[in-house]
Write a protein that binds this ligand. Structure first.
Ligand code: ADP
Length: 478
């Protein structure tokens, strides 16, 4: 079957299509997905522009009902959508079900948020004048999403965009158009008026670029790699468009000598390796106090040997495949780089053969690494983590902060003093205490500092910063 783009309320075929391949079994083709042409992107933007004034005037109830309906359908079809997600991206089924559930809850949350939009009435410094501050929609939002969360990231951008009265043109990642298409279909059937939500699948260099450069697109929200994000920022700056970027991470997990080692291993296993390490919040630097470093490494290595790396949809698999050949090549390249840099590969890092031909890699743990090694500076985005042993807490904190990124950080400790100090002094947008760096709630702000993020936060009510603009009105009341 060939899945078409959603433009101006109708599914429209493109000039060519690309196969959506299952990374657990590359002989399994999920479907053909159309690529939008530049002219079709133009049509989608025009449709969104045309729909924007009426959509902005809808009552919050109309938008709440629609978002709630979308959330309900996602939750009702959770198992089926999780199967599609696991099949196209390679997360295990339980991980995929978690992501789909999150997507549904996000729509439900923003359905309610439509009813909580508030303004301010302020006393004027001038006699008889009333000042009112309100938020209005931005207009047309361009959304560009990555492959690692095929339904949750589209959901956390689409839901606030629509809730606050904007129209949307979304370009999903080429590797995972299936979940995005399913979501577009749900939104369409939930009664989104023509042009309010448009899906344009295809290449970043064609579809993404067209969205970024079009003056009719008022704001761009992007999640993806650092180079692409920087490029988008430069192009958007040229036309002074509002931009929100979520990019990479090189997130530290600090393990202090007083930590419960079982908790530390659980946090590292989940944060570094689950979802195949393909999360921007993954902890890739495990910064461990020397007295417990050997014990921690041995316990984590044992836990890694017990992992079942196999077909994402096979019961019992704990780690699915890498998403595609080029990501697998990148992971293997960094494993070579680490070894050449003098890091000790404790376990994993091997290409695995399974019943079906897929991109299987055993989770790799490096020890005896330094924070200035490339494997600790550059984002790998795979099931690879490196242990950096440090003398004390002060060195742990300094090492954690010595990075160009600042998305998420974590500490495992039983010391209230160190936990509190780390929470205050960690240079990251999100801090976890005795929890994995990856895995966040859906109703609170998500985002980072330094090279990880740019612009206002995503999710929760903080999302209003990006998806609305402020108006200050002065009225002479007489
Ligand atoms: P990833 O490694 O996650 O694929 P990318 O930054 O390459 O990271 O991709 C994230 C999203 O950005 C994808 O939807 C991709 O198609 C899109 N993209 C890639 N290049 C561009 C570009 N030049 N302009 C706009 N979007 C792009």
């Amino acid at each position: 079957m060939t899945y078409a783009n959603l433009i101006a309320g109708a599914f429209v075929h493109g000039s060519d299509a690309v196969a959506n391949v299952n990374p657990s079994d590359i002989s399994d083709i999920i479907g053909q997905y159309d690529r939008a042409s530049a002219a079709q992107v133009d049509d989608a933007i025009a449709a969104a522009r045309a729909a924007a004034p009426a959509w902005a005037r809808t009552t919050p109830q109309v938008r709440a009902d629609m978002l709630d309906k979308i959330g309900s359908e996602i939750l009702a079809r959770r198992a089926e959508l999780a199967d599609l997600l696991a099949r196209e991206e390679g997360k295990t089924l339980p991980e995929a079900a978690g992501e789909v559930g999150r997507a549904g809850q996000i729509f439900k949350f923003f359905a309610q948020e439509t009813l909580r939009q508030q303004g301010e009435r302020v006393a004027s410094v001038r006699p008889g004048v009333e000042v009112e501050i309100t938020r209005e929609p931005m207009g047309v939002i361009g959304l560009i999403t990555p492959w690692n969360f095929p339904i949750a990231i589209p959901a956390w951008k689409i839901a606030p965009a629509l809730a606050y009265g904007n129209c949307v043109v979304m370009k999903p990642a080429e590797l995972v158009p299936g979940s995005a298409w399913a979501l577009a279909d749900i939104i369409h059937r939930a009664g989104a008026p023509a042009g309010v939500f448009n899906l344009v699948m295809g290449r970043g260099s064609v579809v993404g670029e067209a969205l970024v450069n079009d003056p009719r697109v008022d704001a761009i929200s992007f999640t993806g790699s650092v180079p692409t994000g920087r490029g988008i920022l430069e192009k958007a700056a040229r036309r002074a468009a509002k931009v929100q970027l979520e990019m990479g991470g090189k997130n530290p997990l600090v393990v202090l000598a007083d930590a419960d080692i079982e908790v530390a291993v659980r946090c590292a296993l989940d944060g570094s390796f689950f979802a195949t390490g393909q999360r921007c919040t993954a902890s890739s630097r495990l910064i461990v106090e020397q007295p417990v470093a050997d014990r921690f490494v041995a316990a984590l290595a044992e836990a890694l040997k017990k992992q079942v790396v196999d077909d994402a949809r096979k019961p019992g698999s704990t780690i699915g495949p890498v998403v595609d050949q080029s990501q697998l090549d990148q992971d293997m390249r960094y494993i070579d780089i680490g070894t050449q840099e003098g890091a000790r590969l404790v376990v994993g890092g091997e290409r695995l053969n399974r019943d079906k031909s897929g991109y299987y890699l055993s989770p790799a743990l490096f020890a005896d690494t330094r924070n200035d090694m490339r494997i600790n500076r550059e984002e790998i985005f795979g099931p690879v983590a490196a242990v950096i042993a440090v003398k004390n807490y002060d060195e742990a904190l300094a090492t954690a902060n010595d990075t160009g990124f600042g998305l998420c950080s974590g500490i495992v400790t039983t010391s209230l003093k160190h936990a509190a100090h780390f929470r205050r002094n960690s240079e990251s947008g999100m801090v976890m205490v005795n929890l994995p760096t990856a895995g966040v709630d859906y109703h609170v702000p998500f985002g980072g500092r330094k090279g990880s993020s740019y612009g206002p936060r995503e999710q929760g009510r903080y999302a209003a910063e990006f998806y609305t603009q402020v108006k200050t009105a002065y009225v002479l009341a007489g």
